[in-house]
Design a protein around this ligand. Structure first.
Ligand code: PAF
Length: 268
């Protein structure tokens, strides 16, 4: 496995590569959800490229950025075991040589759901993903459907700008109690972790978005939003108090019963 910090070196290497390339962009703190993306990439492609880059421009809250878990050594060991061919570890200076003067903004869907209380978040996400996709020039890039709004915005951005990388949405991976895997789960205290396990089921089992909101609040979660988008109910909650508060997002299918760990989503 090659580990590259210098993107000029990567571009040189890229020019010499042939075969189908799969790309999994991440912010590190890898877990089974990321590993499932890497697995999908390894199955579909000849080479898999993983990027680990905690993208400052998508954090509207500097505390959230400061708290974001960093587990590089462990990530590299997991990447190697998962058969990753190249790991890219760019830094801010390389990713934002323009000082973030150039930005990619979507004006509709990105202002709803997570966009309501995270101003600028999706501009940061779309800008960095556009840069990463242009750098890697992969045949396919893999994103988890837990971040359903992010996945849709990225998929539509690629279509809008005639980008040639195919965007593949992958199944949500869940813990035994249904909690969707997320790098942020590491930040949950014991009590908050127990409460978080109730989030997907309460989201799924309510008769309406309003009912889901009330049930989540009654359970002790702070609700940022609950909103159905097509056949999916999306939600964001905060569990835990003060500096230990952790924001979690999830979405569940409305056209079939929620079955906890065995959630099957169709690759979009
Ligand atoms: O989902 C993430 O981890 C990030 O938003 C992404 C897509 C790697 C962009 O920084």
């Amino acid at each position: 496995m090659k580990i590259l910090r210098c993107m000029a070196q990567w571009r040189e290497l890229r020019a010499s590569l042939s075969g189908r390339i799969g790309f999994v962009p991440t912010m590190g703190a890898l877990h089974q959800g990321h590993l499932s993306l890497l697995q999908a990439s390894a199955t579909d492609n000849d080479l898999t490229v993983l990027s680990i880059y905690v993208n400052a421009t998508q954090f509207n809250d500097p505390n959230d950025f400061a708290k974001y878990p960093s587990t590089l050594e462990d990530d590299l060991a997991q990447a190697e075991a998962a058969g990753v061919d190249v790991v890219l570890l760019p830094d801010y200076e390389q990713m934002y040589a323009d000082g973030f003067r150039y930005q990619l903004t979507e004006n509709e869907f990105s202002t709803q759901l997570c966009g309501t209380d995270r101003p600028g978040h999706f501009t940061g996400v779309l800008t960095v993903v556009m840069k990463l996709l242009n750098l890697v020039r992969a045949d396919r890039a893999y994103f988890g459907l837990k971040d359903y709004q992010q996945y849709t915005l990225i998929r539509d951005m690629c279509a809008t700008f005639f980008m040639s990388t195919e965007i593949v949405g992958c199944n949500i991976v869940r813990e035994a109690d249904g909690l969707a895997l997320s790098s942020r789960n590491r930040l949950l205290g014991l009590e908050a972790r127990q409460l978080a396990g109730r989030f997907p089921r309460l989201l799924a089992e309510a008769a309406s978005d309003e009912q889901a909101c009330l049930s989540l609040q009654a359970a002790g979660m702070q609700v940022a939003y609950v909103k159905s988008v097509g056949q999916r109910r999306c939600g964001a909650v905060v569990v835990g108090e003060g500096t230990d508060a952790v924001r979690l997002i999830d979405n569940v299918p409305l056209d079939r019963p929620f079955d906890g760990r065995k959630v099957k989503e169709v690759h979009a």
